[in-house]
Design a protein around this ligand. Structure first.
Ligand code: BGC
Length: 763
């Protein structure tokens, strides 16, 4: 930490009155933090986010309607499908530059919440169902933005997975799942990128509001992960402001006309809140505010054209080719002369989701214009509307579309989810596309088998027509340059390399949280525990429509020569895993190599496989490259909620390398010998059998109930060979006083538990 900055912070803190300190703990207005003119403490400007800047004309003006134009990049679903951390870092840089140009100090994003249910209303704004992929994407995004001297707000901390009753819903998630799945992406992003701010969620987690949870904000974020920035509330997420201060919630947003500031002052005066606690909060706020203002403002402009072209490139990297039978794609002159384009999306594109992330784009491309401009001379391009975006049940446009399709060499049907299907604040109730889109696709498939369906949607949809469709291209919500990216992929200018960051199920009933979504009387039971996304489909042996990690290319790749640095490791060793990837097709292309781990023997239930690393590599035809991944104990560990710690357990692990979660190409098995010392974790409810089976605690038992034990010792045998009846074995220790007819007392039990608490074992 910068010495001068620290000194300045201490000096200011010293001069601030109690009222001024309290005032710094809430916003000045809608989009800025409080300033103190008397001491030249500046305010900072915070704006949505995440996939573009939604800057209001002034900090006290609403962010809707007349916000300033900015580059609208693809939303997080699309960004994650690129599986390309370098690309996401560059998106961050571009966003940072736009913030610089429009005077914004903190961009409100990225969102790294897990897509727990396909129905989640904000899925388009989140990266993935997998914690590692979400965390890595988030970290790259933050590092990119912050490299430009602009802060970020990592949101929404944490377990913010439902929009229904979002201001009140309680995420009823067990501690192990919380750590392994929901906290993990935040942990990765905090440790790898130190966002300037973190946005506390609206919802409750294990019964406590995210804006006032000492467990989340102090213990986890600050103490366990070493977070150095400040926590801001989601807009109007604060419930009890004083409790928020005590638990480490720095700034309430937006400003609430000092209503809560006065409560803070009162709490200090009446002794409910220690002034040192408030001082710590203010100290952190000053550090961020002063850092933001002291950074050289680059001579930035919005780089409108450059960013638009870059956004088109990003879309090309994200588009996911789900199916390409009979190699209909890419389009080329030797194969086709007439192209029929069907679907209103071709002229009226859907490019982002509804809600606070809505960017006012600088320009919007559409597929028809781009096609005509770039390919109009070489091909005959026809168009039919196909459906009505405002009326899902209007089927009157289908007939014309069918007629046009019959006359074409190839048909491109642009279909998917209209804007009102996906929105912040509302969960979906089904995963169907409008009936008019599904019917249209069915009919066109029958009219012309060379049909390519290009989907536009921010989250998974059911595709009842998938089997009868040769080619399916997932184009996500591609932002303002989405259309160009689609055209680039269709014509092979860009070889598709996107991979699904979320499983596409065949039907809603197949999904992990089916029975527990959205909420019952405000309580969201995370009943599927850590079996989210592919973890669930693997365990239940359910065939998804398209699996996590899936995505095709116009070329093919071979995996060979898996090698590990050591087949026997400990929890203190680093393991290298390498594999050779070869482009075996005739086109230059990119492959995402995915490394999954399987714990073959474990004390606790574990998913069949879990993603741990990935890497995107570009290869020319015939070219091969060796890719190396490094793994350490963290990758092999699970979270033990009884002992409240991560444990890397001894045993065999399979290392799987594949092109998707269901397309594993190489495998190696290693053995981990743990040296970790783990507390035994025995208490008064631990079974008698467990105490007996442990050599050390057995001695304690022998001391307190020798007579009772002796009746189970077979003749001629020692006490250690005692044979207990099942009935006794499965009783918790606490029952011993009366099971042994009073041979030991409750006090003896307490003493035994105490003595056992210092014993450890190696897992
Ligand atoms: C959203 C946040 C957003 C904030 C400010 C809230 O309703 O949940 O994601 O950053 O509004 O617009």
């Amino acid at each position: 930490m910068n010495e001068n900055l620290n000194r300045e912070v201490e000096e200011l803190l010293h001069q601030l009155t109690l009222e001024e300190k309290a005032s710094l703990c809430s916003g000045r207005d809608d989009w800025s933090s409080q300033s103190i003119e008397r001491l030249n403490i500046p305010w900072i400007w915070m704006s949505d986010g995440p996939h573009g800047l939604r800057r209001a004309p002034a900090t006290n003006k609403p962010g809707y309607g007349d916000q300033l134009p900015a580059t609208c990049f693809p939303t997080a679903s699309a960004l994650a499908a690129s599986w390309d951390v370098d690309l996401i870092y560059d998106v961050g840089i571009a966003l940072g530059e736009e913030c610089q140009a429009l005077d914004v100090n903190v961009l409100l994003g990225p969102g790294v919440n897990i897509k727990r249910s396909v129905l989640g209303g904000r899925n388009f704004e989140y990266f993935s169902e997998d914690p590692i992929l979400s965390g890595e994407m988030g970290a790259a995004f933050i590092n990119g933005v912050q490299s430009q001297g602009v802060g970020t707000s990592l949101k929404h901390f944490v377990a913010n997975n439902v929009e229904t009753m979002r201001m009140y819903a309680n995420s009823d998630v067990d501690s192990r799942t919380l750590h392994e799945i929901y906290l993990k992406p935040f942990e990765i992003a905090v440790k790898k990128a130190q966002p300037w701010t973190i946005m506390a969620c609206y919802n409750r987690v294990q019964g406590e509001y995210g804006t006032q949870s000492p467990f989340l904000l102090t213990k986890t974020l600050k103490n366990d992960w070493g977070f150095e920035g400040i926590v801001i509330s989601d807009w109007f997420a604060v419930v009890d402001r004083v409790e928020g201060i005590k638990s480490g919630m720095h700034i309430e947003m937006p400003g609430t006309n000092k209503v809560n500031d006065s409560l803070i002052v009162e709490a200090v005066k009446n002794g409910d809140l220690k002034e040192e606690v408030l001082d710590n909060i203010v100290r952190d706020i000053l550090r961020v505010v002063l850092k933001a203002q002291s950074l050289e403002k680059e001579d930035a402009d919005q780089k409108i054209e450059e960013h638009h072209n870059f956004a088109r490139k990003v879309v090309g990297e994200s588009i996911t080719l789900l199916k390409n039978e009979n190699a209909l794609l890419p389009i080329s002159k030797d194969k086709y002369k007439t192209i029929a384009v069907i679907g209103e999306f071709a002229i009226n594109p859907r490019y982002q989701g509804n809600g606070s992330s809505e960017v006012k784009p600088v320009q919007i491309d559409n597929v028809m214009d781009i096609l005509r401009e770039e390919y109009g001379e070489e091909y005959t391009i026809t168009y039919s509307r196909g459906y009505d975006l405002k009326d899902d049940n209007n089927f009157t446009f289908i007939e014309d579309a069918v007629e046009i399709s019959k006359k074409a060499d190839i048909v491109l049907v642009l279909a998917g989810l209209p804007l009102h299907y996906e929105s912040e604040g509302i969960d979906r109730t089904h995963i169907n596309m409008p009936e008019s889109h599904n019917k249209l696709i069915d009919k066109i498939n029958k009219a012309n088998e060379k049909t390519v369906v290009v989907l536009t949607n921010g989250s998974a949809v059911a595709m009842p027509w998938a089997e009868n469709t040769n080619t399916v291209v997932e184009s996500w919500l591609g932002g303002q340059a989405g259309a160009g990216g689609v055209v680039d992929v269709l014509f092979g200018k860009v070889n598709p390399s996107g991979k699904l960051a979320e499983t596409f199920p065949k039907k809603l009933e197949d999904t992990p949280s089916f029975f527990n979504f959205p909420a019952e009387e405000g309580n969201v039971l995370y009943g599927e525990r850590m079996f989210v996304g592919y973890r669930y489909y693997d365990e239940k042996k359910i065939e998804p429509l398209f699996p996590f990690g899936h995505g095709l290319s116009y070329t093919t790749f071979d995996y060979k020569n898996i090698a590990v640095s050591d087949k026997k490791i400990t929890d203190t060793t680093e393991l290298s895993v390498s594999v050779v990837i070869k482009n075996t097709g005739s086109k230059k292309g990119k492959e995402v190599i995915q490394l999954y781990l399987t714990d073959k023997e474990s004390r606790l239930q574990r998913p069949k496989k879990e993603l741990k690393r990935f890497s995107k590599v570009e290869l020319n035809p015939g070219e091969e490259k060796e890719i190396t991944f490094k793994l350490d104990a963290n990758d092999f560990s699970y979270f033990d909620s009884k002992r409240n710690m991560w444990i890397a357990e001894s045993g065999q692990f399979d290392i799987l390398l594949g092109s998707s979660s269901r397309d594993i190409r190489q495998k190696e098995t290693i053995t981990l010998n743990s040296t970790q010392k783990v507390p035994l974790g025995f208490d008064e409810y631990t079974f008698f059998s467990e105490y007996w089976n442990n050599e050390e605690t057995r001695e304690f038992l022998k001391e307190i109930v020798p007579v009772w034990i002796s009746q189970f010792v077979p003749e001629g045998k020692t006490m250690d060979e005692a044979v207990f009846q099942d009935f006794f074995i499965e009783h918790p220790l606490i029952k011993m006083p009366y099971i042994t007819n009073g041979e030991c007392s409750a006090e003896d039990i307490k003493e035994l538990v105490k003595k056992s608490s210092s014993i450890t074992f190696t897992p």
